[in-house]
Ligand binder design. Structure first.
Ligand code: SAM
Length: 313
């Protein structure tokens, strides 16, 4: 089931995500801002008209105030109030008692933000990286001590032939699956999507959130730039729709840029994820530069995020 390319990508990703990068990951301002914005836009998603999406012009300028830490976003001021959330978003699928899978969950920095909205439910993380999952498990221990919620993780490559029997336990189990900024690391993302679709309950939603580099819509770019980053800056809108709909059999499928935000990133990120125009600005010394608290030299860039959505019949 898992191709040679898939196995190679998994090994290359483990070299990155099972390394000291895991220690730094949660402390990065960019990851904190993105996690908050991922969850905000998922919680505020329009489930009444799930395929009615924002237009390119509505999402063409960065949200927030780039001169402030985290572009001015904070958990308290930017996420919906959990006490009034369902009154304001009555059609949301994020609700108490639900079963949510955070696929490629990493350290759980995104998963954690769902906790107040899904009390009494289950929050499952799945990833290939032992080190990231150790951090997820530390989080889960603290969270489950203070909340009415099951939170646990599983270390799986969902295409691993030897694990298919074990993975059957997840079939038809989840009300929603979210996967944030991982698809551009996955070689056989079509097969992974099909597998994730099989994990959904009828009516359940799959959300693929990823970096979106508008250049990928041009035929000449978008290939792999390293063994770990298989799809430079993300996937094309048509490809995502085709994968979710025709390939994985989901309905109410749509993909669109959901928001753009200014974040601080190191050169290694920019050269493998950003638009050519941003890479050129970096080379010409035109991007704002800083030394982050962890010692990394970082540049301020505009980054687009795509949300690809599908629902199980
Ligand atoms: C950039 S991190 C994102 C982590 C988390 N979702 C977040 O938003 O902070 C990418 C994650 O994808 C995981 N990953 C890469 N390839 C994978 C695969 N084939 N199956 C599952 N997880 C994978 C990595 O181990 C890593 O945790």
């Amino acid at each position: 089931m898992a191709s040679k390319d898939h196995k190679k990508a998994v090994a290359a990703n483990l070299a990155v995500f099972n390394s000291e990068f895991a220690i730094k990951y949660d402390g990065k301002e960019s990851q904190q801002t993105l996690a908050l914005l991922f969850v905000k836009h998922l919680l505020e998603y329009n489930f009444t008209n799930p395929t009615s999406r924002k237009s390119p012009s509505e999402t063409s300028t960065p949200i927030g105030d780039a001169s402030k830490p985290h572009s001015g976003f904070t958990v308290d001021s930017s996420l919906p109030d959990p006490k009034t959330y369902l009154e304001k978003h009555p059609s949301s699928i994020f609700k108490p008692g639900m079963k949510l899978l955070d696929f490629a969950c990493g350290t759980g920095i995104v998963s954690e933000l769902f906790v107040p909205y899904i009390q009494g439910g289950e929050l499952i993380g799945m990833d290939i990286s032992k080190l990231f999952l150790e951090r997820f498990n530390q989080r889960a221990e603290k969270i489950t001590a203070e909340n009415d919620l099951v939170m646990k993780s599983y270390e799986y490559d969902v295409l691993d032939e030897d694990k298919q029997d074990e993975l059957k336990q997840f079939e038809g189990e989840f009300d929603a699956i979210v996967c944030t900024i991982a698809y551009h690391h996955i070689a056989n993302y079509e097969q992974v999507t099909k597998k994730l679709a099989s994990f959904l309950k009828s009516g359940g939603y799959l959300f693929i959130v990823d970096f979106y580099n508008e250049d990928v819509e041009e035929v000449s770019v978008g290939g792999g730039v390293s063994e770990a980053v298989l799809h430079m800056g993300g996937l094309k809108i048509d490809k995502l729709n085709h994968t979710l709909g025709d390939y994985a059999g989901l309905v109410n499928v749509s993909s669109a840029r959901e928001f753009m935000v200014s974040i601080w990133q190191p050169e290694s990120f920019i050269s493998t994820h950003s638009r050519q125009v941003v890479i050129d600005k970096l080379k010409n010394g035109e991007l704002p530069k800083r030394t982050a608290p962890d010692g990394d030299v970082e540049y301020l860039i505009d980054t687009s995020l795509i949300y690809a959505v599908g629902q199980k019949k």
